[in-house]
Design a protein around this ligand. Structure first.
Ligand code: MN
Length: 243
């Protein structure tokens, strides 16, 4: 297990190998803890959703479920906004790809180019966040229901969508039931990454990727109240992959 330490050098290996996922400690204890699904550069929708939830950075905590960047119009703006709001987040597959494509390139001040501070922030994100006082976990893709938290694979947390009960393997495709259906708890897991299945409400898991970047909705869940909020996308910024 890699533990809660954040090691930038580990990211390349963990993104596509058998490396264990990094588990971070989530911080709550404020008035509301707001979990938001895949933003994918949809900054205007993120701001609208925060306003709808009456989010106040001094009183509330914000948790982004990965894929802050990619596909949409304002990836850099979303990372900057996340930092400005002291958001917590887990790493998504597009965040990992964005990082690897920019690693080693000199920082520039050109518009659209992420600052070195933004890259450093993304690079430190864990794959899993554990909120002990809320009894919640946050992950972008999947957790393998057959394994404990400390033995999850980074690849599953980035890409996973389905769980094959016979082989006890997570897959990235829709070729088996959703992994979240088999998640036994006791912690409830909040996750994203599965826009094709949309909002998912299982006994011990909530899927919040409602396809904003594809012209769908950006969705939020407030842990303390159990309420959902959503705003409609202001455009269709990308075409979904065919099933
Ligand atoms: Mn994703």
């Amino acid at each position: 297990m890699r533990g809660t330490a954040t090691n930038p050098q580990s990211l390349t290996m963990s993104a596509g190998s058998e490396e264990n996922a990094r588990v971070g400690t989530g911080v709550s204890g404020k008035r509301h803890t707001l979990f938001i699904g895949d933003v994918h550069g949809c900054l205007r929708e993120l701001d609208a959703l925060l306003a709808l939830c009456r989010f106040c950075p001094d009183r509330d905590a914000l948790v982004l479920l990965g894929d802050l960047v990619g596909k949409g119009p304002h990836s850099t703006g979303v990372v900057d906004r996340a930092q400005a709001l002291c958001a917590q987040a887990v790493l998504g597959n597009h965040d990992a790809r964005w990082l690897s494509s920019r690693r080693g390139r000199p920082a520039t001040a050109e518009s659209g180019e992420p600052s070195s501070a933004a890259l450093a922030w993304l690079e430190r994100l864990p794959h899993i966040l554990f909120f002990s006082d809320l009894n919640l976990l946050a992950v972008h893709g999947a957790l393998n229901p057959a394994h404990p938290i400390h033995a999850q694979r980074a690849r599953d947390t980035l890409y996973g969508r389905s769980f094959h009960a016979t082989s006890k393997q997570v897959s990235a495709n829709l070729d088996a039931p959703p992994w979240a259906l088999s998640w036994p708890g006791p912690q409830t897991v909040l996750f994203g990454h599965d826009a094709r299945r949309g909002l998912q409400h299982w006994p011990h898991a909530l899927g919040l990727d409602t396809g904003c970047v594809y012209g769908g909705w950006l969705s939020a869940f407030i842990a303390e109240t159990g309420r959902f909020f959503a705003v409609k996308a202001r455009g269709c910024y990308a075409r979904p992959h065919p099933p």
